[in-house]
Design a protein around this ligand. Sequence first.
Ligand SMILES: CC(C)(COP(=O)(O)OP(=O)(O)OC[C@H]1O[C@@H](n2cnc3c(N)ncnc32)[C@H](O)[C@@H]1OP(=O)(O)O)[C@@H](O)C(=O)NCCC(=O)NCCS
Length: 183
Amino acid sequence: MWRRSRRSSPHCWRRGYTGEGTPMIALPSIRLATSKDAALIAEMSRDYIEHGLGWSWTPARVLAAVRDRATNIAVAVDLELLAGFGIMHYGEDSAHLALLAVRPNRQQCGLGARLIAWLEKPALVAGIERIRLEARADNPKAIGFYRKQGYREVGRVNGYYRGTVDAVRLEKRLGSGLGTLAR
Ligand SMILES: CC(C)(COP(=O)(O)OP(=O)(O)OC[C@H]1O[C@@H](n2cnc3c(N)ncnc32)[C@H](O)[C@@H]1OP(=O)(O)O)[C@@H](O)C(=O)NCCC(=O)NCCS
């Protein structure tokens, strides 16, 4: 039997069973990436984010980010498939979302929003004031998604990506750290 996840789109429907064969709803779980995830994350970056720009987030670069204590890589795992990931670097006053992607057949199911919220939480707890990110100016879908998550456009950088594609800079102010979380 097919059961529905939180969205009504047909592609968000998925099959899950308890040990006794009873149908269940199993949302993808989100966890920290390990070194074993590095190659798949790099491939997803190449295919879904960096297309047309070359490949800068190679497996070695992702592996370095996995090992970096100031960086979190969140992965969403759906029936053992890596369905999405996000990479955030945490500084003193601001954090930077470097990458975020959800597999096309898992998009529009709420995974992107869950991943970004998961990565924002440590920034809130640490009292970091703002999160910054750049999105390709030729990617209105992502810009619309980030707006929906509370990010506001703060600038544009010509030729940010390899001198050929412009970036839109977006920022989200987090406010008062733990106080915001407690509300
Ligand atoms: C951008 C991306 C991460 C969004 O992930 P997603 O899982 O499809 O997004 P969600 O399903 O979590 O959407 C969350 C909310 O944003 C909204 N949203 C999604 N795309 C949107 C768009 N193009 N315009 C406006 N809102 C949008 C959804 O409607 C949803 O709102 P709701 O909760 O009120 O229904 C995904 O499309 C993706 O991986 N794209 C390819 C890679 C990419 O462009 N990455 C970003 C640049 S690094």
